[in-house]
Ligand binder design. Structure first.
Ligand code: ARG
Length: 267
């Protein structure tokens, strides 16, 4: 465990949140959802981040883009460099220029992606290196571009379970040195890589992952995770972290949790 530094996070209010299409197994367009409750749950997450002393910036939501609340998919930002995104699914394609414009207005140069790349959903900074998922969304070719853009080693991890379609649904970076993850979401070779790199990792149970418990946001000291992931919260506390549980049950109907709603801006 390391000390918490103040973070700068970008979020998008779920004003137009809805479940109207199905691009991952969590989404059921025939099931009811409550937009007002989604906004209220998201607001609790934002207030929690502010209460921890972090900076939260907001991007204006765009009508007709119900998944835009999942800001993690808007870019990858490391060392002040921004790599833009290219979504696999047409339903989310128009989010890419919206996020790009936000970063340009904020004074960043944005490198355009050459391949399918869903940002921090699949590309996570862990200490000095980037962990990159592939198998469902972000293409393997995007990992090579990511390494070129950031000049940091990129470790490719193969995702194998459709329920854990983005890396950030199966793995959480806790601090510079450690992670939590669900081994069965990864291929045997990728599990071996994770064991080698993170021998002291917190191992999540299937039940923790099934409530998107690993879709958590850590500032190095406090881990903000779905309230329903009670075993994972206990394991994190045993490992020395503080935990705050947040109920994001409405956003889970789209396959997202706290981390999906949060994009780190590393200037
Ligand atoms: N409905 C969205 C999708 O399937 C959820 C995205 C969740 N974001 C994430 N970073 N895992 O694309």
């Amino acid at each position: 465990m390391t000390t918490a530094a103040a973070r700068r996070w970008l979020m998008c209010r779920p004003t137009y949140f809805a479940v109207t299409y199905r691009i991952n197994p969590w989404m059921d367009p025939t099931a009811p959802y409550d937009n007002g409750l989604a906004v209220a749950q998201w607001e609790t997450l934002r207030q929690t981040f502010l209460g921890l002393g972090h900076t939260v910036e907001l991007i204006e939501p765009v009508p007709g883009l119900p998944d835009m609340v999942f800001a993690a998919n808007g870019a990858t930002v490391v060392d002040g460099k921004v790599l833009g995104v290219q979504f696999r699914d047409a339903e989310r394609a128009d989010e890419a220029p919206a996020y790009k414009a936000w970063f340009e207005r904020a004074g960043f140069d944005v490198t355009d992606p050459k391949h399918t790349n869903e940002g921090e959903g699949d590309i996570l900074l862990a200490g000095d290196v980037l962990l990159a998922g592939t198998g469902f969304r972000t293409s393997h070719a995007a990992h090579a571009q990511t390494q070129e853009v950031f000049g940091r080693p990129v470790i490719t991890l193969q995702l194998v379970d459709p329920a854990y379609y983005h890396l950030d649904t199966a793995l959480c970076v806790l601090d510079e040195k450690n992670i939590a993850y669900l081994p069965s979401a990864f291929s045997p070779g990728s599990q071996a890589v994770l064991r080698r790199m993170f021998p002291d990792a917190v191992i999540a149970t299937a039940a923790d992952a099934a409530v998107l418990g690993l879709n958590a946001v850590s500032d190095g000291r406090t881990v903000v995770l779905p309230a329903q992931a009670t075993d994972l919260a206990a394991a994190l506390r045993a490992a020395g972290y503080e935990t705050i549980g947040i109920d994001l049950s409405e956003l889970r109907k789209a396959g997202g949790g706290p981390k999906c709603c949060t994009l780190e801006v590393r200037a």
